[in-house]
Design a protein around this ligand. Structure first.
Ligand SMILES: [Cu+2]
Ligand SMILES: [Zn+2]
Length: 186
């Protein structure tokens, strides 16, 4: 054996010994990852409203971006928008979509503050024609991961009034006037 070879063998032996005496590594829960890059929502009217719209959802680092245009809102109206837990808009009043998406069992609140539902977002403001442009970032959720924070297959709901960001359980935002399922983009 050359001196170099002896050195390598002894380093290997030392590191093997270290491994044997180290405690087994603790299992680390994997961070849920997006498995879908793009989704879409076709908002349909609820509660006899005229609300409609098309929104594009894209996966971003740590959450999703939601962009698009909504029409048929109140002129200059301020409207709550949330992700709700069930992707079911079949009820005329949108109630089939269930409550706010809340896998962490938090209280309702404002996005970006310490306590809020994962589905909570800031209000949209419509212009004088009842059209609102949405460009929102919803953080802490994933698209198609299958994890508890996955919003694919859930519903996006728009309300008649503004979210006050504090009333429980849903910000006192009034009737559900638009509802659409978050689907994979074609
Ligand atoms: Cu809502
Ligand atoms: Zn909420």
């Amino acid at each position: 054996m050359t001196p170099t070879r002896i050195l390598v063998v002894s380093i290997l032996a030392a590191s093997l010994g270290a491994c044997a005496s180290a405690p087994p590594p603790k299992p680390v829960a994997p961070t849920p990852q997006h498995r879908v890059q793009r989704a879409q929502v076709n908002l349909a009217p609820a509660s006899a409203s005229l609300v409609s719209g098309k929104l594009a959802i894209t996966a971003i680092d740590g959450g999703v971006r939601i962009e698009g245009e909504l029409g048929g809102l109140g002129r200059g109206g301020i409207h709550a928008i949330h992700v709700h837990e069930r992707g079911d808009c079949s009820a005329a009043d949108g109630s089939s979509a269930g409550g706010h998406f809340n896998p962490t069992a938090a209280a309702h609140g404002r996005a970006g503050t310490p306590v809020h539902h994962l589905g909570d977002m800031d209000n949209l403001t419509a212009n004088a024609s009842g059209v609102a442009r949405a460009d929102l970032q919803l953080m802490g959720v994933t698209l198609g991961s299958g994890a508890s924070n996955d919003i694919l297959g859930r519903a996006l709901v728009v309300h008649a009034g503004p979210d006050d960001y504090s009333s429980q359980p849903a910000g006192n935002a009034g009737a559900r006037v638009g509802c659409g399922v978050i689907e994979m983009a074609m």
